[in-house]
Design a protein around this ligand. Structure first.
Ligand SMILES: [Zn+2]
Length: 392
């Protein structure tokens, strides 16, 4: 006869244990008989339906009616033993049913390899105590932002660049001053910096903040290594931006720096043109447009022909949204390192009269959005496995 939830009259621990044991053994018996998805669905509804499922009935018949002094004890039993056990058994049975399904399909299609794998899974499940909670180890994958970052880094590694790293909590000196943002420089306002609290007593250059760009690592690297250098710096940065579809208080950049004797703007253009072709395909064209950054002079923004519409501004008869119909996309900022920046590391061989260099920086998150056609930046950071699984 099918199990029904009894009314409790005796709320002693012994009676409660007995009732719980009966319920769980009924669950295990019913679950063991399930072999197909429809059967599983019926089992799930019988036990877990919000309205009138067995777990709900237990709540109503045992917990709600329990006398005040027994409520705590009954509540613990219901939540810690019954609820978690029911969910574990259902989950396991569902996994088993899925394996049986794969086995059936593979058998029908005559797929030997899949047949073997599914048979193994089923045999394994049947040879062990299936009521024990299973160990599930889902296989992970690179996060789409990390993958994009690694792709960009590897393009520059092939050109002989090495990877440099630096702290995320940075001093005002490295984040601003040594990059040619003097105190009160208007460019500091545009950065919306997140400062660490309670540092008013420190001199400004020692105050800590969350780095607003990966550029401080340029100075840190030049302090440690003498020229020539070629580095790329991937990493997390923070700005005081409220999260929305295209902003996040935490995001990712990749910065690059090359310093040597006789480095010219021509080297900058050639390097970045090559890198863009590696990243987006050999048919992209690049365009450099004048811009301003405190730590480079002259500065430019680099545009590439839109890799969604190929530069036409149209997708079929529809306007191309990613490039706003212009056919061009801005991908990074770059320029020749300002001689004032070299002054801060002059003693380590960076005499601005003898060396020159170029630097560039790009937002990895935005490139990942464009590359994967995602329309909301927040999806990358919410950790929803259903979203992330699409990239595995
Ligand atoms: Zn386009």
């Amino acid at each position: 006869m099918a199990y029904t939830v009894p009314k409790l009259t005796d709320y002693s621990t012994a009676a409660l244990d007995r009732a719980t044991r009966d319920l769980l053994s009924a669950l295990e018996e019913e679950s063991a008989a399930v072999r197909t998805e429809p059967e599983y669905e019926a089992l799930r509804i019988r036990w877990r339906a919000r309205k009138d499922g067995i777990v709900t009935q237990v709540n109503d018949l045992w917990l709600k009616t329990a006398p005040r002094q027994a409520k705590r004890n009954v509540g613990q039993k219901v939540n810690e033993v019954i609820l978690s056990r029911v969910d574990a058994v259902l989950q396991e049975r569902h996994d088993h049913v899925k394996n049986l399904g794969i086995l059936e399909k593979a058998r029908a299609a005559g797929l030997d390899a899949e047949l073997d794998a599914a048979r193994c899974a089923v045999e394994l499940a049947e040879s062990i105590d299936i009521t024990l909670p299973g160990v599930r180890r889902p296989i992970g994958a690179e996060h789409p932002i990390i993958r994009t970052s690694n792709e960009i880094v590897s393009v520059f590694q092939k050109l002989g660049y090495s990877v440099a790293d630096g702290p995320i909590v940075e001093t005002d000196y490295y984040n601003f001053e040594a990059l040619n943002f003097p105190p009160n420089h208007p460019a500091r306002d545009t950065q919306d910096t997140l400062f660490i609290a309670n540092q008013q007593s420190k001199p400004q250059r020692e105050r800590l903040l969350l780095r607003t760009h990966t550029s401080p690592v340029q100075i840190r690297t030049m302090e440690k290594m003498r020229p020539p250098i070629r580095i790329v710096i991937p990493g997390q940065v923070h700005r005081n931006d409220p999260p929305d579809a295209s902003h996040s208080p935490m995001f990712h950049q990749i910065e690059g720096l090359a310093v040597d004797t006789n480095i010219t703007f021509g080297d900058l253009k050639g390097t970045l043109d090559h890198a863009m072709k590696e990243l987006f395909g050999s048919s992209v064209k690049t365009s450099f447009r004048p811009s301003f950054f405190p730590f480079t002079e002259p500065s430019a923004e680099l545009y590439v022909t839109c890799f969604v519409c190929g530069g036409s501004g149209k997708r079929g008869t529809e306007p191309c949204r990613p490039c706003k119909q212009t056919g061009w996309m801005e991908v990074l900022g770059c320029g020749m390192v300002d001689p004032n920046v070299f002054e801060f590391v002059k003693d380590n061989g960076y005499d601005p009269k003898k060396v020159s260099g170029f630097a560039f920086g790009m937002g990895v998150d935005r490139l990942a959005l464009l590359k994967y056609g995602v329309d909301d930046l927040q999806l990358f950071f919410q950790g929803d496995v259903r979203f992330l699984q699409q990239f595995s």
